[in-house]
Design a protein around this ligand. Structure first.
Ligand SMILES: Cc1cc2nc3c(=O)[nH]c(=O)nc-3n(C[C@H](O)[C@H](O)[C@H](O)COP(=O)(O)OP(=O)(O)OC[C@H]3O[C@@H](n4cnc5c(N)ncnc54)[C@H](O)[C@@H]3O)c2cc1C
Length: 296
């Protein structure tokens, strides 16, 4: 049965939207309903009328998400063109809505000479995704800069929460309440940053990672005291392939879609890498990306 939604939202809703168009791995079946709100008020109004049993998935730039080939039931909320506010609120504070691309945040902070924010330049996601994943690079980490967040619950109510209410660790964030999502953040910066430093980090990344190819960045988190890429390379798995998915020859912790991969190929290759590394090195790597949706 198709999900009935008020006509006022019709122009911003797409049905059966292929999520392969919205993920950096370029795989994934359709979303039953794909909603791009006009702005924050529109999103709040939408959630107020959405039946509370409809499954909800928030999507930023899809750069850390494996959507299975059978797609996603319920509603996908796309923040990328919706929640785009970015402003300096005081000498040390920046307010950013969830859909702001991290690269834009880095560039703007460089103009304001606020940092450390250079690390955001290499994270090809949104601020909301970076908050959800505690994204980080080159020693910087999203939650080290968070002062407070605005959360939206599924009934359309906004809650302001302080950073101390969240438990955060390496690529992990536990919110005090379930079923709340990031609407906006106030970031606190004590230092400075520059466009030159931002460019240098991007350059460094281009030398070591297959940037521009279809991936989700690092597939596995680094185990304590070691690097997932080193373990995969030491096991001889560079170039290992399942269907159209392959372990990158440039950086062993990247799995690339060479054009024809399915989510199933990628999941199978991830499991193969985990099995082979465990057999050879005695530890099981833990995926960093999130998996959603149903198998085809
Ligand atoms: C080439 C490449 C390089 C990368 N390098 C790095 C790196 O150096 N460091 C790093 O940490 N990551 C890296 N990543 C991974 C990825 O960019 C980050 O995890 C990023 O923060 C994900 O943001 P996104 O907007 O794409 O999130 P999505 O992939 O869209 O979503 C990821 C998760 O966050 C949830 N989510 C999204 N928005 C919200 C919201 N507003 N509220 C609540 N939950 C939300 C989603 O539901 C999903 O569970 C890389 C990825 C690629 C493709």
């Amino acid at each position: 049965m198709s999900l009935e939604l008020p006509a006022q939202f019709a122009a911003r809703i797409r049905r059966d939207e292929p999520l392969s168009r919205h993920t950096s791995w370029h795989v994934g079946g359709p979303a039953e309903v794909f909603f791009t709100p006009r702005d924050r008020e529109d999103l709040i109004a939408f959630l107020r009328v959405l039946p509370s049993d409809v499954p909800l998935l928030w999507l930023g730039l899809g750069s850390n998400l494996l959507v299975r080939d059978g797609g996603v039931r319920g509603v996908v909320i796309s923040t990328r063109e919706a929640l785009t506010g970015l402003e300096r609120r005081s000498q040390h504070e920046v307010y950013a809505e969830a859909g702001v691309p991290c690269a834009k945040l880095a560039r703007q902070c460089a103009r304001w000479n606020l940092g450390p924010a250079e690390f955001f330049t290499g994270i090809p996601g949104t601020v909301g995704g970076a908050l959800a994943m505690n994204a980080g690079a080159f020693g910087g980490e999203t939650w080290k800069q968070v002062q407070a967040v605005e959360m939206l619950d599924r009934h359309g109510h906004v809650h302001t929460r302080q950073a101390a209410e969240f438990r955060t660790g390496y690529r992990s964030v536990t919110a005090p309440e379930r079923d709340e999502w990031f609407l906006a953040v106030t970031l606190h910066f004590e230092g400075d940053s520059s466009e030159a430093a931002t460019k240098a980090l991007l350059e460094k990344r281009r030398e070591t990672q297959p940037i521009g190819e279809w991936s989700c960045g690092s597939v596995f988190t680094n185990p304590p005291g070691d690097h997932a890429a080193r373990l995969i390379e030491a096991t001889g798995l560079k170039g290992l392939r399942v269907g159209g998915a392959v372990v990158s020859g440039k950086h062993a912790n990247f799995i690339l879609n060479e054009g024809q991969a399915s989510a199933r190929d990628i999941e199978a290759l991830v499991a193969r890498v985990q099995d082979e590394v465990e057999r050879a090195q005695g530890l099981r790597l833990v995926p960093e990306f999130r998996v959603v949706g149903e198998a085809a």
